[in-house]
Write a protein that binds this ligand. Structure first.
Ligand SMILES: NC(=O)c1ccc[n+]([C@@H]2O[C@H](COP(=O)([O-])OP(=O)(O)OC[C@H]3O[C@@H](n4cnc5c(N)ncnc54)[C@H](O)[C@@H]3O)[C@@H](O)[C@H]2O)c1
Length: 247
């Protein structure tokens, strides 16, 4: 977007969100990073300013609707909200038998309810300003069988796809596009410690490209979807998975 409006990257202090923010910033766009981790947010903003990018940070917890609404409204008022990139999330591994009642609620609250809060606030702002674009991070495991992700994570990520399609269908006429990105395994802090060596080897063996993605490889697709270069793409879930799931 070349109109001076901001791209808000929620979950932008780490991993795919941070790499996406750098990629979008490299295209000359104004950035607002939002995350619950204040220290990581400060580090990210400082390092991006060191690269000459126009960026500010806002602490935000996606489980707190007031915090989400306040940040989105402030960005919209100060800069205009051209794009929302929604990457905040948590991961759990295991089977349905491992998921406690508390695990279920925590996962759905962060990964699905949080995505709903941010999308709703963004649609409100974008309608008022004549349009915008939303990119939500889902997961391969929300589209096909998962390797090791727990069913609460899988259910939340499947829900994000439905949320994305619904927004795309109902708000296209208002100039709002919404798409989702479905990664396989990406080398980020989220996945650095959780898998055993055997699990990593099994997942790589099941991936035709034989390796995991870098966050930059996800960022390239997110930046495309968040830009006018994808102006006729909406309601889609784009796989970025080295061929491990093909559709
Ligand atoms: N890494 C992978 O292999 C992979 C695969 C498929 C999907 N994804 C999805 O991509 C997204 C980004 O994952 P990542 O690998 O970059 O993870 P990450 O852990 O590196 O980054 C996630 C960010 O979200 C923030 N966050 C978590 N809970 C939050 C909350 N309640 N409010 C605000 N911010 C919060 C964290 O502080 C962190 O900065 C997630 O939605 C994840 O589920 C990741």
């Amino acid at each position: 977007m070349t109109d001076g409006s901001a791209t808000l990257v929620v979950g932008g202090a780490s991993g795919i969100g941070l790499a996406s923010a750098r990629a979008i910033g490299a295209e000359g766009r104004r950035l607002v990073l939002a995350d619950r981790d204040a220290a990581a947010l400060d580090r990210a903003v400082e390092s991006m300013r060191g690269q000459g990018l126009t960026v500010e940070g806002r602490q935000l917890d996606v489980t707190d609707v007031a915090s989400v609404d306040d940040v989105v409204a402030a960005v919209a008022a100060e800069h205009g909200l051209g794009a929302l990139v929604n990457t905040a999330g948590i991961l759990q591994l295991g089977t349905v038998l491992d998921v406690t009642d508390e695990d279920w609620d925590r996962m759905l609250t962060v990964n699905l309810r949080g995505a709903f809060f941010t999308c709703r606030a963004a649609v409100r702002a974008m309608r008022a300003s004549g349009g915008g674009v939303i990119v939500n991070l889902t997961s391969q495991s929300g589209r096909t069988k998962s390797f090791y992700s727990a069913p609460n994570y899988v259910a939340a990520k499947a829900g994000v796809i439905g949320l994305t399609m619904s927004i795309a269908a109902q708000h296209a006429a208002e100039g709002i596009r919404a798409n989702a990105v479905a990664p396989g395994i990406v080398e980020t802090p989220m996945t650095a410690e959780v898998y055993t060596a055997e699990q990593r080897a099994a997942m790589q063996a099941a991936t035709p490209m034989g390796r995991f993605a870098s966050a930059d490889e996800l960022a390239a697709v997110v930046a495309f979807l968040a830009s006018p270069r994808s102006s006729y793409v909406t309601g889609q879930t784009i796989n970025v998975n080295g061929g491990s799931f093909m559709q």
